[in-house]
Design a protein around this ligand. Structure first.
Ligand SMILES: [Zn+2]
Ligand SMILES: [Zn+2]
Length: 220
C-alpha cells in the first residue's frame, strides 16, 4: 500500500494505491485537480484507476477540487451522512478555533467556499470502502465537523483528515484539531484514533504524525 501526499498551499490531499486500484482522500482547495492528476500519472496509474474520491469532511480545503476530480476520473464522491447536507448546500461555514493560531488562520480559511456537491455515496459510521470502489475502512470521528471520518488501511496507517492536526512549529507532533464544532467529541475521536495504535497518521495540515505523539492522545 502506498500513500502519496499532494501538498496544497494550506492542506494536503492524498492518493492511496495498492498498485492496481487507487483512491483519492480529500482534494484540496479549488484548482488543485491538476496536481492530483499529475500524482496519479507519476504513480504509474490512469485517472480511470481511481475507484473512489473520499472526503474526510465537507470543508472547502478538502472538497474544493472534488467536482473536477470526479469529472476527470469518473469516480464517485463519498462523504459521511452527517457532513452530506453541508456539502450539498456548499458555501461558507463558521469555523470555531480551538486556540490562538487557528484564530488567525480562520481569516484566511473563511474565504474559501465549499462547492455545492451532490455526493454519490453517503457513508455510515463504519464502512468497508472496498464495497464502494475504495481501499480500507472508514470510521466516523466527529468533533472537527459532525461527520468527519478517518480511513484505516490494512497496514494500520490512518488518514485522519482534520480530526487531528500537526503542530504549528512541530508539524509531526499530534495536536487537537485546529477547529472543532464539538470539543468533547473531538477528544473522544482523538482517543479512538490513538487506540488503533496506528503506525503512521496522515493529516490535512502538517504531519505525517509520529506514532508516539499519537499514542499520547490516549490520555487526552
Ligand atoms: Zn477541516
Ligand atoms: Zn482542513
Amino acid at each position: 500500500m502506498t500513500v502519496y501526499a499532494v501538498k496544497n498551499v494550506a492542506s494536503s490531499a492524498f492518493l492511496v494505491t495498492d498498485g492496481r486500484r487507487a483512491m483519492i482522500v480529500d482534494t484540496g482547495v479549488a484548482g488543485r485537480a491538476p496536481a492530483m492528476l499529475k500524482q496519479i500519472a507519476d504513480a504509474g496509474l490512469r485517472p480511470a484507476d481511481v475507484g473512489l474520491i473520499l472526503l474526510t469532511h465537507h470543508h472547502a480545503d478538502h472538497s474544493g477540487s472534488a467536482l473536477e476530480l470526479r469529472e476527470a476520473t469518473g469516480a464517485p464522491i463519498a462523504i459521511h451522512r452527517d457532513d452530506a447536507d453541508q456539502l450539498r448546500r456548499g458555501g461558507r461555514v463558521d469555523l470555531q478555533p480551538t486556540s490562538l493560531m487557528p484564530r488567525l488562520m480562520k481569516v484566511m480559511l473563511a474565504k474559501a467556499e465549499i462547492p455545492a456537491i451532490e455526493p454519490d455515496i453517503v457513508l455510515g459510521d463504519e464502512e468497508d470502502l472496498s464495497g464502494h470502489g475504495g481501499i480500507g475502512r472508514s470510521f466516523v470521528t466527529p468533533g472537527h465537523t459532525s461527520g468527519s471520518v478517518c480511513v484505516l488501511l490494512a497496514d494500520n496507517t490512518i488518514l485522519a483528515g482534520d480530526a487531528l492536526s500537526g503542530g504549528m512549529l512541530r508539524a509531526r507532533m499530534a495536536r487537537k484539531p485546529m477547529f472543532a464544532t464539538d470539543l468533547d467529541a473531538a477528544a473522544r475521536s482523538m482517543r479512538a484514533i490513538a487506540n488503533h495504535a496506528p503506525t503512521t497518521v496522515y493529516v490535512g495540515h502538517g504531519g505525517n504524525l509520529t506514532a508516539p505523539s499519537v499514542a499520547q492522545l490516549k490520555t487526552c
